[in-house]
Design a protein around this ligand. Structure first.
Ligand code: BDR
Ligand code: CA
Length: 315
């Protein structure tokens, strides 16, 4: 199996990512690290521990990470309810996080892995930026970073910026220029991968608590958007883990990507250069230094929905 580490802000869809990752036979989840984002970091730790316990994976080390972004203040997401994970009334976890911080656990697990690790951040990139800046030697044992974040087209936190990148733009910029192969699983594909209502119903009425939890998470809706006609069922962050387990389901293109760090309406936007040839700005100013990223432009929705369902439902 591929050694992976998930850095998350659990989070309804981060929970869907964890439920899948720990049950996929091709993935070996070495650690889960937590960062503030959807909710404060202590809530994220609690939610993450609870989900892992419910998934029968209560032995995976979990560490607490950054309490706030590098520069921005903490701006949590109301989409995920009061507790940051859909207010499902889940039991408190029975264990505690490890007693080292997320950056220390990330470094330790990456360097100890016999094979290069794939990192899967599904949250603001604060922990990952701190790791790359504090312990750059980890890069030699990272095969790739597949992160959920950014958007080629339409944003969510702002018209042009996706939440994870908008929450900590400087951290995202550090990630993109780290010199590690990167896949950007952005909103363009994230929004497409939706589980059909009949499958969500089956999960919600299952006799197995783990599957009922999966169904409740899928059925969760933004409390402020209850009049939204779009169906619930989005796999969200879980799609990024599917992309690691089954990269063939994703269509990517290696493209220059830059994060807007300017104050104002573009802050946090991932500017993806899809022009076929250089423009006037390069002709007059010379080539610009930009990171090349495998940007997800298409996804086989049915393939990932089936992969997620069969993996999570397997007895
Ligand atoms: C991202 O923001 C969070 O609300 C989700 O968990 C996902 O990681 C989508 O923009
Ligand atoms: Ca997330």
């Amino acid at each position: 199996p591929i050694p992976v580490i998930i850095d998350c802000d659990t989070g309804v869809d981060d929970a869907l990512a964890l439920l899948f990752a720990v049950r996929h036979p091709g993935l070996d989840v070495r650690a889960v690290t937590c960062v503030a984002g959807n909710t404060g970091v202590d809530g994220v730790v609690r939610n993450t521990l609870t989900v892992l316990e419910q998934a029968g994976a209560g032995d995976i080390p979990v560490a607490r990470g950054a309490e706030c972004p590098l520069i921005e203040p903490l701006r949590t997401s109301p989409v995920h309810g009061q507790d940051g994970m859909g207010d499902l009334g889940l039991p408190a976890p029975t264990r505690r996080p490890v007693d080292v911080d997320a950056v220390t656990l990330l470094r330790r697990e990456i360097l100890a892995s016999p094979r290069p690790v794939i990192l899967i951040p599904t949250a603001p990139l604060t922990n990952i930026a701190l790791l790359l800046r504090t312990h750059p030697e980890v890069v030699r044992n990272i095969e790739r970073i597949v992160f959920m974040g950014g958007a080629v087209e339409i944003g969510n936190a702002t018209p042009v910026a996706e939440f994870n990148v908008w929450h900590d733009p400087e951290a995202a910029a550090i990630l993109l220029t780290a010199g590690v192969p990167i896949t950007m699983y952005g909103l363009d594909v994230f929004r497409q991968v939706v589980v059909p209502a009949a499958d969500v119903r089956r999960l919600r009425t299952s006799s197995e608590p783990r599957l009922r939890l999966a169904g409740e998470l899928l059925a969760h809706r933004d409390p402020a958007a209850s009049d939204d006609p779009a169906p619930a069922g989005g796999l969200g962050d879980a799609g990024a883990v599917c992309a690691v387990a089954d990269p063939e389901g994703l269509t990517t293109e290696l493209l220059p990507v830059e994060v807007s760090l300017a104050p104002g309406p573009t802050r946090g936007q991932t500017i993806v250069d899809r022009r076929p040839r250089p423009g006037e700005s390069e002709i007059h100013g010379g080539p610009r230094e930009q990171a090349l990223v495998d940007v997800a432009l298409g996804v086989d929705v049915e393939r990932y929905v089936n992969l997620w369902l069969t993996t999570v439902e397997k007895p």
